[in-house]
Design a protein around this ligand. Sequence first.
Ligand code: HDE
Length: 756
Amino acid sequence: GDEKLAAERPFNATKALEYGEAAYTPHPGETHAAPTPIATASTSTETIASEKVGDGQPDIGDNAINRPLDRVRVDDTARELTTDQGVPVADNQNSLKAGLRGPTLMEDFILREKITHFDHERIPERVVHARGSAAHGYFESYEDLRAITRAAPFAAKGKRTPVFVRFSTVAGERGSADTVRDVRGFAVKFYTDDGNWDLVGNNMPVFFIQDVMKFPDLIHSVKPEPHNGMPQAASAHDTFWDFASLSPEIAHMLMWHTSDRAIPRSYRTMQGFGVHTFRLVNASGEWVFCKFHWTPLAGTYSLVWDEAARLTGADPDFHRRDLWEAIDSGQFPEWELGLQIFTEEQAAQFPFDVLDPTKIVPEEMVALRTVGKLVLDRNPDNFFAETEQVAFCAAHVVPGIDFTNDPLLQGRIHSYIDTQISRLGGANFHEIPINTPVAQIHNNQRDGIHRQQINRGRVSYEPNSLAGGCPFQAGVRGFVSVPEPSQGNEVRGKPELFADHYSQARLFWISQSMTEQRHIIGAFRFELTRVQTPAIRRRTLALLANIDSGLAGAVADGLGMEVPPPLPPATDRPAYDYPPSPALSLFARPGNAGIRTRRVALLVAAGVDGVQVRKLYAALLEQGAVPRLVGQKIGALTSYTDAPLDVEISLETGPSVLWDGVIVPDCADARDALSRDASALEFVKLQYRHGKPLLALGSGGELLKAAKIPRKLSHGVPDPGVIVAEPGDVAEALERFRSVLGQHRVYARETDPARV
Ligand code: HDE
């Protein structure tokens, strides 16, 4: 048995004690602690090969970063239970006592080790972005970009660089819900040949504030209020809007924050942005400005607010589960990296300052150049070791990438390292496996808590002669900062152009579709209705009046207020009149995913047409959708045409908001069962209210009737997403259903207030 087991188990040459044959036949007295080095071109850590990784082309699913991590991956299959010192444990059920009815003994070192470890299992959560989910993958460059940058990931067409990507919300605590209204973090760690590059971005291209000095104030205002610890993971409260309405530089970001960008359907369907202007530098030291954009190939899709709010209860892990399941089922999420590249001379002509993080460079001014693809193809093995312990840092750049004087970015260069030291407990957080570069580390930094590296030799200083001068300076191969001319006297202040707070907020507003504008108005109404202090509502309206009178009027109307006079602007410069930017609409990127990964509920009851259900199920599955049988309870269900069906999910555990569309199949006697079940009625009503496609076949139409689902839009045109068909027309009806499902939502159905 042991032999067969050994043959089946994964072999890891760097962990002879854990894997492979040696694990089963340890010779008494022999130590396996120093495995024989295996030097192949693709082995990647110095412990097993002194060669630097460099071909950069791991196979799909076999990222270079996974190989060094094998050193620390543990598999308990067929192993004995031990203490942390490796001592086999005989009894894991009972503590050591002085007599069966006696007190537990101090001597029980096994118990004490176990409890002590448990007592210290938690570490502080991130001060912002505490809740997140991550995955492994790779970045593949579409071209050789060496003329523009010497950053290693862009050195050759087709070159692959391993990455670890973490998505997050900002305000909520570690255990809060995924679908709250918030910015999403989009942090990418590239394990490049020249060290780690972290592109720590967000899903919105601008930020709330212009200077790092205001960051603690911003975060204090949005976090739960300090006296009563409420509300969790929400900006809809007085302190946030108090701060916001007193900080007009926030105007542009408020437009993004109240838009559907703040409630993505999935991490897989949102854009990512580097936000700040960076620099790309080539080997000759020539540089250009650059903005980074991640564009999801599956398109940009969001939830609607009523749905997002209900999802926080139905599945607080909605985005985490979605990412996990997509990768697990081989539907690897993909984004393309677009660069906006421009020169200093071009930047000087822009009607805004490129150092101002509340401004975008409209894509119509500088087009995106698509230079590569990000693919996430592997879930982490362990949430704590990887997702929780990963330390992103805005200061982690590599040769070829450089900062600018954006006053927000300048502050971030400090904050991220500093915060890891308290969160991860010391200066050696870079040695935690998920943070360790694939490139080698050689320097004279030494010691500190939990040091892993065992540095050899007597020299830990430079210059030295005793170690032949090693490690030596890399010279031109190393990181060289772009020489920056001095900007003048030390001052606290901002450039004049930073004071144009409204032109781009207006640009965003006029670039939105009517649907998106409606949602923004609704979001302001929701947030400000939650605000209790009338003066804060008023001040916010005065701010909005500077963006667009229609917007301010509609929000005021929702609050039963008049629009007050606009806040006095911070500059005498006239607002800049941007033409609309179509790229700012979510609808500009429909994506290529069709119905792949879309969740479809087949609502079934006893007596359903089993043959039809099986066909529908198979057809959806074949197109990459995720069909599930949802019924009043799980388990076997009689069918009038076929063998019994197996209901997978109950209405109670799989409510409407978890599904992108619903099919109600034909049924011999379901008419009453579902039509009299308030949960089933609510299910289809909410599908309707949230703009999702509903397909009813034969008697399935009765449920829609009972729920009073209108077949026509409010202006009399048939609703393309309410499809009622005879059982004979399944193929054609399913095709219509699929087409609407692939387009995400029938927003034309929306009314305010909702009809159903
Ligand atoms: Fe962050 N931010 N931030 N931030 N940020 C952190 O670092 C900070 C800002 C972003 O998945 C912290 O490790 C300051 C902009 C992401 O682990 C902390 C300022 C952008 C993540 C920190 C900003 C971001 C963080 C907290 C104002 C988009 C999560 C825990 C100057 C470009 C990374 C940590 C992950 C996390 C500081 C503003 C993105 C405290 C001082 C702008 C995606 O260091």
